[in-house]
Design a protein around this ligand. Sequence first.
Ligand code: HEM
Length: 143
Amino acid sequence: MKESLRLHPSIPLLVPRESTQDTKVMGYNIPTGTQVMVNAWAIARDPKEWENPEEFNPERFFNNTEVDFRGFNFEYIPFGAGRRGCPGITFAMAVNEFALAKLMLNFDFALPIGAKDWDLLEAVGSTVHKKYPLLVVATPCSS
Ligand code: HEM
């Protein structure tokens, strides 16, 4: 789930902010009242921060347990950060884990006949969603 949230953060540009004072970010002057968009999607694919950033590799979080999604590691902010960061993190993670665990426990998943790989293309939008519907064969398995 951590790796899915890295590659496909649900709100890629977070929620817009407005600067309350003149400031400088990475050499750029940001005057008071500027609307600022934070591209969490691009930050989470920054090759300066992530090895093989385009690769889906959940194991990267096994070794790197210090990077967390709670808004303290700015290279990974799928729930935003600061006082307007997402207050639903704990609830969202519990529900998502539960749903995923139920699916994994009760079904075997396979590509449809003829398909070579998963299509994970994203559509453009303020929230992330798949460009094409997911095609997958789910077979109930006995547990
Ligand atoms: C995987 C699930 C979720 C993701 C990825 C997510 C992500 C986010 C993000 C990126 C923001 C904007 C944060 C920012 O701009 O710094 C946000 C705001 C917010 N989220 Fe979530 N969220 C999720 C689930 C939930 C749930 C389950 C709830 C409520 C039960 C919730 C309630 C809110 C609220 C109320 C805000 C606005 C906070 C504010 O403006 O002060 N979210 N969320």
